[in-house]
Ligand binder design. Structure first.
Ligand SMILES: Nc1nc2c(ncn2[C@@H]2O[C@H](COP(=O)(O)OP(=O)(O)OP(=O)(O)O)[C@@H](O)[C@H]2O)c(=O)[nH]1
Ligand SMILES: [Mg+2]
Length: 465
């Protein structure tokens, strides 16, 4: 996929608005472009100023194609590091195709997906982690996802990774130096300090690896499963949170069969709400399949809202639902629903019947979907869970499976280094594991890459990026 001729693509996707942006990048681009463009006075522009916008028309020979606004960036001061021309044209698919065909006929190739960003990386305008963040930034749909992507794109994440690697590199250099003086039997590297450093880096790697579940959830929405007995009000809660009639709500127990998903942003945090079939034993084949799905979603969720109606639930039933939903990996919130319907006496009796049943550690909330009471407090609780993750991980959140894989590889190699030291393995063998860790960390920012790796990463971009 790596070519070096000039390229063109439409950088604005469908559905398009009034204006589209075509992007061209290459060496000596203006000499190819200039015969096709005339300014408003009908004159060609021989020597364009970098960073300046020009209004004029594009012609194919004598044939007028469109009036456009173009911006010219001269290498190396452009996104790709090459000469770049950006053409703002009218967003007619016909015009766009005419323009692309025109420049193709002048020898400019069609850009592959992500090729502009790939060139930016190859011309050292950004490292690999920054280049990957371009895609995340474009896809970001919430303040939290935007924050992580912009930190990565602007280099904060990369410098964090480089610092981590540098610490390890400094020590590895000392160790390697020892190898050069093997005859003299000297030790430059203090073993105790080194083991402490390895411990510190390992801890850091663990935190980064853990942050992936949050970073990944920020891209797709933090998954929240709504579970409980039939008729508890799960679908009503989904609709109330989304403020639309998304799921069917009826007084019939077993209304929801399939899972129903939708996204919701609260205070800048993206969530993915998953309504599920009511959990109960059933002979109905379709409902039973729904219950299976509900259990699957429950396991994948980061937050579980266990919805119950104390007027229609026994303590034993709630305890069973709790056992089914509770896990260290997810946050369980007990949501008592229908407080408009149940008398204080019913509610109190139910709480008393729970008696010695241990439902901790959970948070409890009481709501009425009918009267909206407690719904804001519930939203606030969801935001607090997300904020807790945000505080825990800060700005350096791993949101890429590729990076997580590299961090795990580095961690495994460092574990080998520790074992090596403990078992008195020769220094040259320990150095091999250290280099594996260094390479893995380096692969995140692209210190070491192959064409295959670059192909994999940039193929997932869209055209024009
Ligand atoms: N009075 C009152 N009724 C409610 C409340 N929430 C839900 N309901 C009613 O309870 C019934 C069941 O609600 P659903 O949202 O369909 O319950 P569900 O948990 O999705 O039920 P299944 O899909 O069958 O598992 C409906 O008639 C709702 O109108 C509430 O806060 N107060
Ligand atoms: Mg339902």
């Amino acid at each position: 996929m790596i070519s070096n001729g000039s390229i063109i693509a439409c950088a604005t996707g469908a559905p398009s608005g009034a204006v589209a942006l075509l992007r061209l990048s290459g060496a000596d681009l203006w000499s190819v472009f200039s015969p096709t463009f005339k300014n408003r006075n009908g004159n060609p522009i021989e020597d364009p100023k970098a960073g300046k916008a020009y209004v004029g028309s594009i012609f194919k020979g004598e044939q007028w194609i469109d009036e456009v606004v173009l911006t010219y960036f001269r290498a190396p001061h452009s996104f790709t590091g090459e000469d770049v021309i950006e053409i703002g044209c009218h967003a007619s698919p016909y015009i766009i195709q005419q323009l692309i065909d025109l420049y193709k006929s002048l020898g400019i190739g069609l850009a592959e997906p992500g090729e502009f960003t790939l060139r930016a990386y190859l011309n050292k305008k950004m490292d690999l982690a920054q280049a990957e963040a371009v895609a995340d930034l474009i896809a970001s749909e919430s303040a939290a996802a935007h924050q992580i992507a912009q930190n990565q794109m602007r280099g904060g994440y990369s410098s964090h990774m480089q610092e981590l690697r540098q610490e390890l590199l400094d020590f590895t250099s000392l160790l390697t130096l020892e190898l050069d003086f093997a005859e003299e039997d000297v030790a430059f590297a203090d073993r105790t300090a080194f083991l402490e450093l390895i411990q510190k880096i390992k801890k850091h790697l663990h935190t980064l690896i853990d942050s992936f579940s949050y970073g990944n959830a920020l891209k797709k929405g933090i998954p929240i499963a709504l579970v409980g007995k039939p008729n508890a009000g799960k679908s009503s809660l989904l609709n109330a949170l989304l403020e639309e009639d998304r799921a069917l709500v009826t007084p019939v127990a077993g209304t929801t069969r399939d899972t129903i998903e939708d996204r919701l942003v609260i205070d800048g945090f993206p969530f993915r709400l998953i309504d599920t079939a009511g959990l109960r034993e059933t002979d109905d084949l379709v409902e039973a399949l729904g219950v299976e799905r509900a259990k699957k979603e429950l396991k994948k969720a980061q937050i579980v809202l266990l919805v119950y109606d104390p007027g229609d639930t026994t303590a034993a039933e709630l305890s069973r639902l709790y056992q089914e939903s509770h896990s260290e990996d997810r946050r369980l919130i007990l949501v008592e629903n229908k407080i408009d319907l149940n008398s204080t006496e019913t509610r109190q009796k139910f709480q008393e019947s729970l008696g010695p049943i241990n439902l901790s550690p959970t948070q409890s909330l009481a709501i009425s979907i009918k009267s909206s009471e407690g719904l804001n407090a519930l939203k606030q609780t969801l935001v607090e869970v997300a904020q807790g993750q945000q505080h825990k991980f800060g700005d350096t959140v791993v949101s890429s499976a590729r990076h997580t894989h590299a961090l795990k590889e580095a961690l495994a190699a460092l574990e080998q280094v520790e074992i090596g030291f403990r078992d008195g393995v020769p220094t040259d063998l320990i150095a091999i594991d250290l280099n594996v860790a260094l390479d893995a960390l380096g692969s995140i920012t692209g210190a070491f890459t192959t064409d295959e790796l670059l192909g994999n990463i940039f193929a997932n971009f869209c055209i024009g990026k």
